[in-house]
Ligand binder design. Structure first.
Ligand code: KG4
Ligand code: ZN
Length: 339
């Protein structure tokens, strides 16, 4: 079974993992910079890149040591090459390439979205056909998946990503960064039906999304009513969260129906949302559908999902030239071609 080292530095997590085969986790570590960036109210690319430069060698040594593996034992080294912040991606990609050159190992350039997309099937040697929703801080995508490497884009956000909406609304509410988890926590004691926020594009007839109108609606609401009282805050959070969740679930289940899929997946940081998860699980059970989420620890950015995608590429005989560029912007064609 091949042993892979994967490095993930697309945003503000420096992560590394050593994976054997498709699911034997030898080591996996994440150094989050969230605290550093929270001071700025969001991720500052140059700060992220400088911190990756400091953390990458340490975390790589740590996972190799924990895995009991030497660089010479590896079959390949993989890195996320996009989409993400250019300055951040460069650190992980350059580090991986340096290891490949130094140790004479093959290089694998992995698409971050493909990492999230496959993560609900971590450990699987064969990716089953399904309808997939990737909901992260940077992306909101619906895809039809026939199997590994066979992806069809069904819909995407036309403006903000779902996680971005969570983070921006959290900022408006003074909850700090990243705000998704805080909104989730406060919503548990809130009334989701108290405020009627817009469900953008819920009846658009297609599978695209728009969350900027919802964010604006919350901003206008706060301008009108002033800073929320401690008593109102959970209701505002829960009402906002219900609006996002209604749209995501409506389109996910519609996409599955349209494509005759009996199996669904949800991945990316927002798939950690407790309300989204429980509503998705209930609805899937009601409709007799199978639903998959990433295992704990693989919801937000991590290197294990990159290693898993890399393991599939390696098994399919794919390797990437050492000259491979980074691709900071999301390009659906690159994802669809990536396998
Ligand atoms: O997948 P991820 O780690 O990074 C990207 O690739 O963008 O996702 C991060 C996003 C952030 O926007 C964060 O606020 C959101 O996931 N998030 C959540 C929750 N946990 C993380 N959003 C809602 N509820 C949560 N529990
Ligand atoms: Zn991500």
């Amino acid at each position: 079974m091949p042993t892979l080292l994967a490095i993930e530095t697309s945003c503000d997590e420096t992560a590394a993992a050593v994976l054997q085969g498709f699911g034997d986790v030898l080591a996996h570590e994440i150094f989050s910079q969230a605290e550093i960036h929270s001071e700025f109210g969001g991720v500052v690319p140059e700060v992220a890149s400088r911190n990756h430069l400091v953390s990458a060698p340490t975390i790589i040594n740590l996972v190799l040591e924990k895995a009991g593996v030497q660089i010479g034992d590896l079959d390949a080294v993989a890195a996320t090459t996009g989409p993400g912040l250019a300055a951040a991606l460069l650190v992980g990609a350059a580090t991986a390439k340096g290891l490949c050159i130094g140790a004479g190992k093959p290089f694998l350039a992995i698409n971050h979205i493909e990492g999230h997309l496959l993560s609900p099937f971590f450990g699987y040697e064969k990716i089953p056909s399904h309808t997939a929703m990737v909901v992260s801080g940077g992306h909101t995508l619906l895809l039809d998946v026939e199997g590994f490497g066979s992806y069809r884009l069904l819909g995407r956000t036309l403006d903000d990503a779902a996680g971005e909406a969570f983070d921006k609304v959290a900022k408006l509410l003074g909850l700090g960064y990243p705000g998704g988890i805080e909104i989730d926590r406060l919503s548990r004691s809130g009334n989701p039906a108290r405020f009627d926020f817009p469900r953008g594009m819920i009846d658009s007839g297609d599978l695209d999304f728009s969350f900027s109108g919802l964010k604006t609606a919350v901003r206008i609401f706060l301008e009108k009513h002033g800073a929320p009282t401690a008593a109102d805050l959970p209701d505002i959070c829960a009402s906002f969260q219900a609006a996002v969740t209604d749209v995501l679930l409506s389109k996910l289940f519609k996409a599955a129906r349209q494509n005759n899929r009996r199996r669904l997946s949800l991945s990316g940081g927002v798939s950690a949302n407790s309300s989204l998860r429980s509503r998705a699980i209930h609805r899937a059970a009601d409709e007799g559908l199978e639903i998959h989420f990433p295992p704990p620890g693989l919801l937000t950015d991590n290197a294990l999902m990159i290693a898993f995608a890399a393991a599939h590429h390696l098994a399919a005989g794919h390797l990437d030239p050492i000259e491979t560029e980074i691709t900071p912007n999301f390009n659906p064609d690159a994802l669809l071609r990536s396998a």
